[in-house]
Design a protein around this ligand. Structure first.
Ligand SMILES: NC(=O)c1ccc[n+]([C@@H]2O[C@H](COP(=O)([O-])OP(=O)(O)OC[C@H]3O[C@@H](n4cnc5c(N)ncnc54)[C@H](O)[C@@H]3O)[C@@H](O)[C@H]2O)c1
Length: 473
C-alpha cells in the first residue's frame, strides 16, 4: 500500500516544510529493478586495519562491479588496498577525504579483521569519521570482522564484538539518508564464500536491511554462477504465494531464473493461478496443515521435477489476542501453520532425498519472534520457534550440503499491515532508522540471497528485514 506521508515529505514543497518542522523525511530507497549481475555503481571507499586479511577477497569481488575503488591517501594501509586491487585487475583512486574534498561515496567497506585488541578500535574512527558525511543517498556500508570464537585473544574477541555496537549505532546515524550498515563476520580462510554476502550487502537488494550481523563460514565450492540469473535451472517451492510477501518472493525468484512452484490454500487457488501464470510457474493448492500435505507436496515435486532445490516457508497467519483471552484453537492454529507444518514438510522432503545437493531452506520468521509483541504470544512463539528450528537444523543440514536460514520482517507494506489502525500503523512504519515501511520485494530479495547457490557459506543465519526497527536487538 502507498505511504502518503512519504510521498508528501519527498515532494519539492513537502521537503522544506517537513525539514522546518523537524519531521523525518524518508528518502526513496534504491531497489533492484531488474535481473542484473552488476551490484554496485559509483565510488566505493575501501579501508582496512593493519594486518587485515580480507582485502584480496574484497577487491576481487568489487572488481566484478562497475564501482570505482578508492582509498584514503593518508591511511597507513592505503598501499595494501592499491596492491590488492591491482592483483584483482583494478586501479585504485587515492582520495584525500579532507573537509575541502567534495568526493561522494556510494559505499564504504572496512576490513576490521586486523584489529587484534580493544586498543586498536581507533581504526574505526579513523576510517569512518572523515567520510561518513560524504555518502550518497541509499549508500551502503559494510564492516568485516572475525568471529569471536576464532579470535586469538580475549582482547581481540572483545574488539570483534565491539563491531556490533559500532554498526548498530552507525546505522541509526546514516539511516535518514537511506544508507544501510551491515557487519559480516567471516571465518578464517574463507574467500569465495564472501562473494554472495558482500554483493548482497552492497547492492540495492538490501534496501531495507540494516544493522544486521551475518556469519559467513566455509562451504562446498560452487561451479561458475551467472550473477544476473543465479537461480537459473533451479526449482523453488514458495508457500503462501498467492499474495503479499509470498507473491513477491515468487516474482523475485522467477526474475532470478527459477522455475517457481507456487503453493497456497485451495481457497486462494484463483490468485495463486494468476501469480503462477504471470511468472511461468506451477501450482500446488493445499493446506500445509493437512495430515497428507507433506506427502502431497513431495509427490507433486517428485513427479513434475524429480525434486526441489529451494524451499521457502513463507505461509503464515496471525490470530492476535492477549494471553488471558486467547482460545486454545487460535494458539494451536498459529503454531501449526507457522512452525510445525514446516518441520513436517522438511522431514518428508529430506526423508525422500528430494531436496537436492546444494539445496536451500529459507524460513520466514518475524520481528515479533525476536522482540515479542502485545497480543501475539502465539505468533511470537511460532516465529521464535522458526529461529530455533533454523539454528538447530543448520549443522545437520550442512552435512548434506544444504543450508537453512531465516528472514525476520519488520513493518512491511502488505494487506496484513494495511489492516492495522491508522495511528498504530504510522508508529510501526516510522519507528526504524529508514523512517518508512518495507516493501514485500525487500523481504523477497533477502530470501533470494539465502536461496542463491552462491550462498554456500551462509548457514543458520537470521537477518531482519526491518530498516533497523527500534524494537528488539
Ligand atoms: N506483512 C508483514 O509486515 C510481516 C511481518 C513479519 C512477518 N511476516 C510474515 O511473512 C509471511 C507472509 O506474510 P504476508 O504479510 O504476505 O501475509 P498474507 O496473509 O498476505 O499471506 C500469507 C499467505 O499464506 C497463506 N496461508 C495461510 N495459511 C496457510 C495454510 N495453512 N496453507 C497454505 N497457505 C497458507 C495465505 O493464504 C496467504 O496467501 C508470514 O509468514 C508472516 O507471518 C509478515
Amino acid at each position: 500500500m502507498s505511504d502518503r506521508y512519504q510521498k508528501i515529505a519527498t515532494s519539492p514543497m513537502g521537503k522544506s516544510l517537513f525539514s522546518a518542522l523537524g519531521l523525518p523525511t524518508p528518502v526513496t530507497l534504491d531497489r533492484q529493478a531488474k535481473a542484473e549481475g552488476d551490484f554496485l555503481h559509483g565510488k566505493v571507499l575501501v579501508g582496512a586495519a593493519s594486518g587485515s586479511t580480507l582485502l584480496g577477497a574484497v577487491t576481487r569481488i568489487l572488481a566484478n562491479s562497475s564501482a570505482e575503488i578508492c582509498c584514503q591517501a593518508s591511511a597507513a594501509t592505503a598501499s595494501d588496498v592499491v596492491t590488492a586491487a591491482e592483483k584483482a585487475g583494478k586501479k585504485t583512486t587515492q582520495v584525500s577525504t579532507g573537509k575541502e574534498d567534495s568526493t561522494r561515496f556510494k559505499a564504504l567497506v572496512f576490513d576490521a579483521t586486523g584489529i587484534s585488541s580493544t586498543a586498536e578500535l581507533r581504526a574505526l574512527h579513523d576510517f569512518f569519521s572523515p567520510v561518513v558525511k560524504k555518502m550518497e543517498n541509499s549508500g551502503r556500508i559494510v564492516v568485516l570482522g572475525t568471529p569471536m570464537a576464532e579470535c586469538d585473544s580475549v582482547s581481540q574477541a572483545a574488539a570483534m564484538r565491539s563491531l556490533e555496537g559500532f554498526t548498530r549505532s552507525l546505522g541509526k546515524e546514516v539511516g535518514k539518508k537511506g544508507t544501510t550498515v551491515q557487519l559480516v563476520y567471516v571465518s578464517k580462510g574463507v574467500d569465495a564464500e564472501l562473494d554472495s554476502p558482500l554483493r548482497f550487502c552492497l547492492s540495492p537488494r538490501s534496501a531495507y536491511v540494516s544493522a544486521q550481523v551475518l556469519q559467513v563460514g566455509t562451504g562446498k565450492e560452487n561451479d561458475g554462477i551467472d550473477w544476473s540469473r543465479p537461480l537459473d535451472g533451479k526449482v523453488v517451492l514458495v508457500t503462501g504465494a498467492s499474495r503479499g510477501i509470498g507473491e513477491a518472493i515468487a516474482e523475485v525468484m522467477a526474475r532470478d531464473g527459477a522455475k517457481v512452484v507456487c503453493l497456497d490454500v485451495p481457497q486462494a487457488a484463483a490468485g495463486l493461478e494468476k501469480v503462477a501464470t504471470r511468472i511461468g510457474g506451477s501450482v500446488i493448492a493445499v493446506d500445509i496443515t493437512a495430515a497428507d500435505a507433506p506427502k502431497a507436496i513431495a509427490d507433486a515435486l517428485e513427479q513434475e521435477f524429480g525434486g526441489v532445490d529451494v524451499v521457502v516457508h513463507n505461509a503464515g497467519v496471525t490470530r492476535d489476542k492477549t494471553l488471558g483471552n486467547m482460545k486454545a484453537d487460535w494458539w494451536d492454529m498459529v503454531i501449526d501453520i507457522n512452525l510445525s507444518s514446516e518441520e513436517r514438510i522438511n522431514d518428508e522432503l529430506l526423508a525422500r532425498n528430494l531436496l537436492r545437493d546444494n539445496g536451500r531452506i529459507v524460513c520466514v520468521s518475524s520481528m515479533s519472534g525476536i522482540a515479542g509483541n502485545f497480543g501475539q504470544t502465539n505468533y511470537a512463539v511460532s516465529k521464535a520457534g522458526v529461529i530455533g528450528y533454523v539454528q538447530a537444523m543448520a549443522a545437520p543440514l550442512a552435512e548434506k550440503n544444504i543450508t537453512i536460514n531465516a528472514v525476520a520482517p519488520g513493518f512491511i507494506e502488505t494487506q496484513m499491515t494495511a489492516a492495522i489502525p491508522l495511528m498504530t500503523r504510522e508508529v510501526g512504519r516510522r519507528m526504524n532508522s529508514l523512517s518508512q515501511g518495507g516493501q514485500p520485494q525487500d523481504v523477497a530479495e533477502a530470501i533470494a540471497f539465502f536461496a542463491s547457490p552462491a550462498s554456500v557459506g551462509v548457514n543458520g543465519n537470521v537477518i531482519r528485514v526491518c530498516g533497523q526497527s527500534l524494537l528488539g536487538a
